[in-house]
Each structure stands twice: as structure tokens, then as C-alpha cells.
Design a protein around this ligand. Structure first.
Ligand SMILES: [Zn+2]
Length: 334
């Protein structure tokens, strides 16, 4: 079927072949980090020498001495600072060879319904905690860039999570509200989406969402929920489809784009995870938005790698790992 067969990243076999050697990973990361040639991380000088050092040896939890992969280093010819392609990035503090990182990124780019840490643990042959970190770091690299939507935009909210109580046939705990904004496709661009947790689907919150993510004067489509009252008096052209009166489509007035995204996200959540902790919901949403927005993009793999290398140097500190209790809870839920 045309349009359904395109790849969204390199195949796993290709990735494994291209990045089998640490040196190829290192060269790929070098090009991603310094497209205009290697510059010293300390003084920005553009002349550096290259050298290699043997991998560090350490004793793992099972008491076996293991040797890490060969490391490829640079030394600044001006200030003598020594660094590598991964210095200061999220790649730098793991024992994992870069070839495994590359494979993990390819797995995540290719997985339409996401990958649980349990699945990553099995696919990669790494410990659960390592797999959990890999998944969340890659998700972090998938955060959508800023920028306002325009043209024709659909807005909606949905509710995610909450444990289901079978005996009472209803949600046991409160669900998290999630807002979504989709810019419909135009002649030269396919549709794109942003979604994130919000406090509630109420006027103040949803008007704030629209102000933060949609240009003034944009044509807005929503359902007839009370949270979207007053939008036309705020400078937007607003059209409503009356879901409460069983009206779903009126000409081009509908919210089917954002609703399909919700069903994709929910199928992914149900398919790969039985539940998702509210604490990390924003990152799962980033992951699904990123894959949706990059679905025609052959460069999705490179975009994630660049995100991991460049953004991570700034952002890693805010991403803390799970506590042991959270890990236990995740093991049960995934
Ligand atoms: Zn220097």
C-alpha cells in the first residue's frame, strides 16, 4: 500500500552492521557533534590530535572482570584538554558500548508502538535498569522543538492512565488529562502534532495551551466541550463540531486528526505498557509525537542521535533515574 511501506529509520540489521565497530560509532558521533570539524570543548580551538586508549576494566556484579570498548580521544593542541565525542553527553557515563546505544536508538525509532524497558532488556541483553535509562534518555532526545502552529489546527484533550477496576467496571484512580494540538497538512507539509499533560480540560488551561502553541488568527477546530468557550473573541477563527449531539464531521470541521493520534498513543500504551506512570507521561508523549512528526523523514535516526549528543549535554542533569521502589513498580506494570 503506498505511503504505508516507508521506513522510519535504518533497519536493525543495517544498524547492527554499520555500527558493529566502536570506531564507526565514534566517527558518526563526531560528524553529528562537530559538522564543521572537531573543536576543543574547553577553549573552542579547532586544532586537535587524535589518539586511542584501551577500554577500562572493571568487575561487574557477577564478579567477572570485563573490559570496556576501545575509546577514541582528542587532545587540544592549544590547552591540552583531553575529550571524546561523548564527553558531557548522556553517552559518557554508561558502561555500554556505543554500538549498543546505536542499536537501542534504531529499535526505538522503528517501534511504532514504543518499547518497554522489559522488551529493551531482552532485545539488548542488558540489565533492566540500564534498559530503563536507555529508553528514557532516548525519549528525552525526542522532545519536540518549539514553534507555533498555524493554518488549520485541531485541539482536543483526552485522559490517560488510571488503574481499571474490573469488578466496578470503571477507573480506580484518577486519570491524567492530556492536551493535544495538531496542525493539519498543507500542500507542502504533512500534519504535525504536540501533546503534553495538563492540569484539567478547563477554559483557563486550554486557552493557555492555544496561546503557547498556536499563532494568533489561526483557524481552530474543537469539539463542543466548555473548555473552548470564548476562543473567537480572543482573535482565533473558531469552529465547533458538536460531539454531544452526535455530530462528528461537518464539511472540513472535525477533530479527527487529533483523535487518530490519541488512538495511536493509547494503542501504543496498551500494547507495550499496561500502564504508564504519570511522572513520565510527558516523555512517552514526546516519543509518540516525534515518531508521528518524523514519519516521512529518512533522517529520523540522525535526528535522535543529534538530540542525544547535543541536547543531552545541557539537559541530562534534570533526568534522574528511578528509585528502587519506582523500579519495582515499573517491573510490575511493564
Ligand atoms: Zn583547548
Amino acid at each position: 500500500m503506498p505511503g504505508k511501506t516507508h521506513r522510519i529509520g535504518p533497519s536493525l540489521i543495517e544498524t547492527a552492521r554499520i555500527f558493529a565497530a566502536e570506531e564507526s560509532c565514534h566517527e558518526y558521533l563526531q560528524a553529528a557533534r562537530w559538522p564543521n570539524g572537531v573543536h576543543c570543548l574547553k577553549c573552542d580551538h579547532d586544532k586537535v590530535s587524535k589518539f586511542q586508549i584501551a577500554g577500562k576494566t572493571r568487575t561487574n556484579k557477577k564478579g567477572i572482570v570485563v573490559t570496556g570498548p576501545m575509546r577514541f580521544m582528542y587532545q587540544c593542541l592549544k590547552c591540552k584538554y583531553q575529550f571524546s565525542t561523548t564527553t558531557g553527553t548522556i553517552f559518557s557515563d554508561t558502561h555500554l558500548p556505543l554500538s549498543k546505544w546505536m542499536l537501542a536508538v534504531a529499535i526505538m525509532c522503528n517501534a511504532k508502538k514504543s518499547v518497554s524497558a522489559k522488551q529493551m532488556e531482552r532485545d539488548m541483553g542488558v540489565a533492566y535498569k540500564t534498559a530503563w535509562h536507555l529508553n528514557h534518555r532516548i525519549r528525552k532526545a525526542m522532545e519536540s522543538p518549539e514553534g507555533l502552529f498555524s493554518g488549520t489546527v485541531e485541539i482536543d484533550a483526552t485522559f490517560v492512565g488510571g488503574k481499571y477496576d474490573e469488578r466496578r467496571a470503571r477507573a480506580k484512580y484518577g486519570k491524567q488529562a492530556v492536551a493535544g494540538v495538531i496542525q493539519r497538512k498543507t500542500e507542502d507539509a504533512h500534519s504535525k502534532v504536540k501533546a503534553f499533560p495538563v492540569k484539567k480540560e478547563i477554559v483557563d488551561v486550554m486557552t493557555g495551551v492555544i496561546r503557547d502553541h498556536v499563532s494568533a488568527g489561526t483557524h481552530l477546530m474543537t469539539d463542543d466541550h466548555g473548555a473552548y468557550r470564548g476562543l473567537s473573541t480572543n482573535g482565533w477563527k473558531h469552529e465547533i463540531v458538536c460531539h454531544t449531539q452526535d455530530e462528528w464531521v461537518r464539511g472540513n470541521v472535525h477533530t479527527q486528526g487529533i483523535e487518530s493520534f490519541w488512538s495511536l498513543f493509547k494503542r501504543g500504551i496498551i500494547g507495550s505498557f499496561h500502564s504508564v506512570s504519570v511522572k513520565h507521561l510527558d516523555r512517552y508523549l514526546s516519543e509518540f509525537c516525534f515518531r508521528f512528526n518524523s514519519r516521512r523523514d529518512e533522517q529520523i535516526f540522525a535526528a535522535v542521535i543529534t538530540g542525544l549528543v547535543i541536547k543531552s549535554a545541557l539537559r541530562y542533569k534534570v533526568l534522574t533515574g528511578p528509585t528502587d521502589a519506582e523500579l519495582d513498580a515499573l517491573q510490575v506494570s511493564e
